[in-house]
Design a protein around this ligand. Structure first.
Ligand code: FES
Ligand SMILES: [Fe+2]
Length: 425
């Protein structure tokens, strides 16, 4: 496969730990993965009205995303055509024009240059034209999820998402109302390689160990303590995308599966939602939608967690040993205030900065990275379920799928594993 992956295709699958610490490899990942892959940027619901904009760093570059008068979306680099200063310093707002704070060049809502102070000094009557617009960035969306692409690629967003689209559909089919991002976001950084987080997002094996504190807490609320051992499946969906799905969960599901975690008063509306799902989709798909937790990983850096709360997490490496993370909560437009509160409570109690889940994962991922940094030898093991051919959520086929795609992207690697690694193996 690659210099970093050791497998016989049947019984073992290991990844050389140099893959998590090499600075050269990190730079190649930026060029060959992040600059050539569709990256999640925003959700349609964040840009509702004409003129609504938000600024956001995506894939290491600062962008302006703005809703146009015709309903389409404009995506531009947030960098002035004159000397590159950041044109907009607001995080979000509504405007018809952006004026650069450096020398005052002004752009309209399509990113076109419309004003240059002391323009006559350039001596070129045609200087102020569309050639001097903000640099446009290719973008596309699937069911409200907006992705951008920096490099030239013949692969459309639909082709890139491939088999993951079925699971985006499964998550979004829980309501006929549109998904909406809950205002606010949770930003943090982890001193670990970004691929550790990619693995962790679809790793069900660790739950009863790394998060046992949370499971004990659930027990105290009267939830079913055996539920986290219920069956599920893990799948590599192609193109590096991955899924874990299991249930029914002890935490319940705010959409249509009540648990003691929710107020008793929500029971009737939650049960009514399930009946509605059965009416729309039949019993089997209704149960898949309502009674299973899902974590969907979209290569290379997006996780949609449809668990107790619905959240969208994206991340980007800052070096071989650091990753920045942003998490948004989401819900559906037809939810009552009480249902929305249950979703937010679910999000904050597990994924939030002081939640039960995130601090556990951060601490453990940083400990993995520390081990790789001072002893970047040997391999991390992803063989679980391979020999048996099983695809349980607690197996690792979904992680192997990520690494196969990573390896394919970096094929022809000029970077070789260190001598130390070769000796250790
Ligand atoms: S850098 Fe923007 S006007 Fe000069
Ligand atoms: Fe975790």
């Amino acid at each position: 496969m690659s210099d970093y992956i050791q497998t016989d295709g049947a019984s073992f699958f290991r990844v050389g730990r140099q893959a998590y610490v090499s600075a050269e490899l990190y730079r190649r990942e930026l060029n060959e993965i992040f600059d050539r892959t569709w990256l999640y940027a925003a959700h349609d619901s964040e840009l509702r009205e004409a003129g609504d904009f938000l600024t956001r760093e995506v894939g290491g570059r600062e962008l302006i995303l703005q809703r146009q008068a015709d309903g389409s979306l404009g995506v531009y680099l947030n960098a002035c055509a004159h000397r590159g200063a950041r044109v907009c310093n607001e995080r979000a707002g509504n405007t018809q024009r952006f004026t650069c704070p450096y020398h005052g060049w002004t752009y309209d809502g399509q990113g076109a240059l419309i004003g240059v102070p002391d323009r006559s000094a350039y001596g070129l009557p045609g200087h102020c034209d569309l050639q001097q617009s903000l640099i446009r960035v290719r973008h596309d969306s699937y069911r409200g999820f907006v992705f951008i692409l920096y490099g030239r690629s013949a692969v459309s967003l639909a082709q890139h998402l491939g088999g993951a689209r079925d699971y985006i559909d499964l998550i979004l089919d829980q309501s006929e109302a549109p998904l909406e991002i809950i205002p606010g976001a949770f930003d943090h950084a982890i001193k670990a390689n970004w691929k550790l987080l990619a693995e962790n997002g679809v790793d069900a094996y660790h739950l009863p160990f790394a998060h046992k504190r949370y499971l004990k807490y659930l027990d105290t609320l009267g939830t079913d303590p055996a539920s986290h051992r219920r069956s599920g499946r893990g799948e590599a969906l192609g193109n590096g995308h991955a899924l874990i799905m299991s249930g029914p969960p002890s935490t319940g599901r705010p959409i249509a599966y009540w648990s003691p975690l929710f107020p008793e008063a929500l029971k009737p509306s939650i049960e009514a939602k399930f009946d509605e799902l059965v009416r729309r989709f039949g019993q089997a798909r209704a149960e898949e939608i309502a009674h299973t937790n899902k974590s969907l990983f979209i290569f290379p850096n997006l996780v949609i967690n449809d668990i107790l709360g619905l959240n969208i997490r994206t991340f980007f490496p800052r070096g071989a040993d650091q990753v920045s993370v942003t998490v948004w909560g989401a819900g559906f437009a037809d939810e009552s205030a009480e249902e929305r509160a249950a979703r937010i409570n679910g999000l904050i109690s597990f994924i939030g900065p002081g939640g039960f889940g995130t601090p556990d994962d951060v601490e453990i991922l940083e400990s993995c990275q520390r081990a790789y940094a001072h002893a970047a030898i040997g391999y991390s093991d992803f063989s679980r379920g391979l020999l048996a051919g099983s695809r349980r959520h607690v197996d690792e086929e979904q992680n192997r799928g990520f690494w196969r795609e990573w390896s394919r992207r970096l094929e022809g690697a000029s970077v070789r594993p260190s001598q130390a690694l070769a000796i250790a193996v």
